[in-house]
Design a protein around this ligand. Sequence first.
Ligand code: 6PG
Length: 248
Amino acid sequence: MNQAPQQPVIDILPDPQGVADRAAKWIADRTAQTSETFRIAVAGGNTPRALYCELVAPPLRDRIDWRRIELFWGDERYVPHDDPRSNYRMVRETLLAHAPIPIDHVHPVMLEGGVESGARHYEALLKSAYGADVLSPARPLFDLVLLGVGTDGHTASLFPGDWAMDESTNWTAAVVHNNEPRITLTYPAIHSSRAVAFLVTGIEKSEAVRRAIGGDLALPAARVRSQGEIVWFLDRAVAANLAEAGTA
Ligand code: 6PG
């Protein structure tokens, strides 16, 4: 299934650290373009660790007005926040522990009476932060959604073939992947964004990235849209297949 995707910006850097540096500067610049609260849905996994570390290191640490940053999570494993698999834990260790973000601006996915109930609580939290139950294209929910991509083309916890790919009303979903319950933002929430940034590195993901950027809608990452721009921050290894596909 192919369809012309929203035209993305593709930024290819020499290596993973280059990706982290470039994305961090880009985020700092975006936060400086407004004096309003800046809402970010952060990505989990390993790739963004270096990005978060870069954001809280000089010089960017002192350029960002952390009091205006508000954090949400793009997805979360249904595990306690101190579990090594927790995306909250990863972001706490790499970013929150080093940045003066007001505590009432930090909105992790909470363990609330089971994964289904947790998903509904997280959606209620998002609606409360947004100040409405219905998303308006004129007023995106997020200023920025950060995403990673798996070798199978999944993004957040939207996996190929999963029912959650077709969720068109609810802002969150409870899913199970490899026997692991997770809570994820759905497309309606992700699409309600001023920008989406993908961070992807490593040769093992090059085929998934080629297909996603090429618009193969079987891949969850290919279905991501934004009210504004979509930027792919890639290292040379993961971008290896793009030139021959004519997409870079
Ligand atoms: C997660 C993510 C997931 C991730 C990709 C890439 O928590 O696992 O939300 O979508 O971004 O699996 O993960 P890596 O960066 O670890 O390869």
